[in-house]
Ligand binder design. Structure first.
Ligand SMILES: [Zn+2]
Ligand SMILES: [Zn+2]
Length: 342
C-alpha cells in the first residue's frame, strides 16, 4: 500500500529553464546560430498529414465501426498527433518569419482535428512556458478537482487519458486572466466549422466520427498519450520538473520528445532541437529522460506512486509579465528595446 498524496509539490525556486538557457549559451555560444531559425518544411508535413487523414476519412466513410475505431487507433492517431506538433511549432512562430503565416499554418493544421483549438492553444501554451507551474496561468497543470478525482487510481488515470481533450478543455476555464477572443480565434472557428460541415455533407457522419476518434486517441489512451506523463509529471525524480523523451516516435512526431531542449530554447524549430542536445550533452544527458512511450504509458497507469498530483507548482510568478511572449533565448541574443512609455 502506498500513501496517497493530496497536494502538488511546491517549489519556491524559479522555473528551471531560463537559467539553463543562459548557462548553455555561455558554455556553447555556437547554439546562438540556431535561435530564430524557421522551418517552412513543417507546413509540408502538415499538408501530408491533412491529406492522409482526410483520405482515410473518405475511405472509411461507409465502413464498420470496428474498422473505423481500429484505423483511428493504429494509424490516424499518429498524423493527428503530428498535426498538434505542427500547431505547436506555429504557436512559437517557428514555421515562417511572418506571424500571420504561422497563424494560417496553425489554422490549416487544425482542420482534421475537428474542434477549433489551434489559436486558443497558442494563447495558453505561451503562458505554459512563461509561467511553468503557476497554477492559474499554466493550463498544462491538472485542475484541483481533476487531481482529487483521479489521484493515483489506475482506472482513473485510464479514464483521464481516454477523455483528455475534455479535461484539457475544462481547465481553460480557470485561466480567467488569459481569455482571448480576437479575430484569429474567430478565423479559426469559421474555417473549422466550414471544414466540419463539408466533411459531413460530402463524406457523412462516420467520416467525422473517425476524425474525432483520431483526435482522442492521439492525445489519450494510446502510447502517444504518454506524452503528457513525459513532459512534466514527476515520473522519474521528485525534483526534476521537465523530462525529454529520446525514442523512435520522435521521427514521426517531429522531435516532440525534446521537451527540455524546447523549454530552454523555444525559438529553435523542431529539426534543430537534437543539435541543441548534441552541443550541450553535459546539460541534457545528466538529466533523467524517457526512451519508450509504451513503457511510460504503463508506468503512468500502474505505478501507484504517480498521481495527478505528481507535479511541481509554484506560487510566485517571478519577474515575468503577463504579456511575455516566451522567447527568452531570442531576448538574450538581441536585447529588447526599452519601452518608450514610463
Ligand atoms: Zn512550446
Ligand atoms: Zn512543457
Amino acid at each position: 500500500m502506498s500513501t496517497k498524496v493530496n497536494d502538488f509539490t511546491y517549489s519556491t525556486a524559479a522555473e528551471p529553464h531560463r537559467i539553463r538557457t543562459r548557462q548553455i549559451m555561455k558554455a556553447h555560444p555556437e547554439v546562438k546560430k540556431l535561435i530564430g531559425q524557421k522551418n517552412p518544411t513543417t507546413l509540408w508535413v502538415a499538408v501530408a498529414c491533412v491529406i492522409l487523414m482526410v483520405g482515410m476519412a473518405w475511405l472509411l466513410r461507409d465502413q464498420s465501426w470496428w474498422l473505423i475505431i481500429a484505423a483511428a487507433w493504429f494509424i490516424g492517431a499518429f498524423p493527428a498527433h503530428t498535426l498538434f506538433v505542427c500547431i505547436h511549432e506555429a504557436a512559437h512562430n517557428l514555421v515562417f518569419r511572418k506571424p500571420a503565416a504561422n497563424v494560417w499554418t496553425a489554422i490549416f493544421a487544425n482542420l482534421p482535428t475537428v474542434f477549433p483549438t489551434a489559436i486558443t492553444f497558442k494563447n495558453f501554451h505561451i503562458k505554459h512556458h512563461a509561467f511553468q507551474g503557476v497554477h492559474e496561468l499554466d493550463a498544462d497543470l491538472p485542475d484541483w478537482y481533476e487531481a482529487k478525482l483521479i489521484n493515483n487510481y489506475s482506472i482513473g488515470k485510464a479514464i483521464w487519458l481516454l477523455l483528455y481533450p475534455i479535461f484539457q478543455g475544462i481547465r481553460t476555464l480557470r485561466m480567467r486572466e488569459l481569455a482571448v477572443f480576437d479575430k484569429w480565434v474567430i478565423a479559426n472557428f469559421v474555417v473549422q466549422i466550414t471544414f466540419d460541415v463539408l466533411i459531413v455533407v460530402f463524406f457523412g457522419w462516420k467520416a467525422l466520427a473517425f476524425l474525432v476518434l483520431c483526435l482522442f486517441f492521439s492525445v489519450g489512451l494510446h502510447p502517444l498519450g504518454a506524452r503528457w506523463a513525459q513532459e512534466h509529471f514527476l515520473t522519474l525524480d521528485p525534483n526534476q520538473e521537465t523530462y525529454s523523451y529520446y525514442g523512435r516516435l520522435n521521427t514521426v512526431n517531429l522531435n516532440v520528445g525534446f521537451h527540455n531542449e524546447h523549454h530552454d530554447f523555444p525559438s529553435v524549430p523542431w529539426n534543430k532541437l537534437p543539435a541543441i542536445k548534441n552541443a550541450a550533452p553535459e546539460y541534457y544527458e545528466t538529466l533523467k529522460y524517457h526512451t519508450s512511450f509504451v513503457k511510460l504509458f504503463f508506468l503512468f497507469l500502474f505505478n501507484q506512486e504517480i498521481s495527478l498530483y505528481s507535479r511541481i507548482v509554484r506560487k510566485e510568478r517571478g519577474r515575468v509579465t503577463l504579456d511575455d511572449q516566451s522567447k527568452p533565448d531570442m531576448d538574450m541574443i538581441q536585447p529588447q528595446p526599452q519601452p518608450v512609455t514610463a
